[in-house]
Design a protein around this ligand. Sequence first.
Ligand SMILES: [Zn+2]
Length: 64
Amino acid sequence: MTIDEVTRAADVLGADRWNIWMKCGLHDWAALPQTDSHEHYCPQCYTVWTAEGAIKNVPGRHAT
Ligand SMILES: [Zn+2]
């Protein structure tokens, strides 16, 4: 996947991303799959980590 595809997938999840993120629990980011540009991403909640392990797109909590 490219970083754009991961970002788009995260957008599609929208408000549900928070719940999926909570279900994921602690991510072993280094073991997660990588994008073409070497970020890591979670295939469940589409959170992205840089190659150094910094989270790029923590899901926001949405009030419903
Ligand atoms: Zn996840």
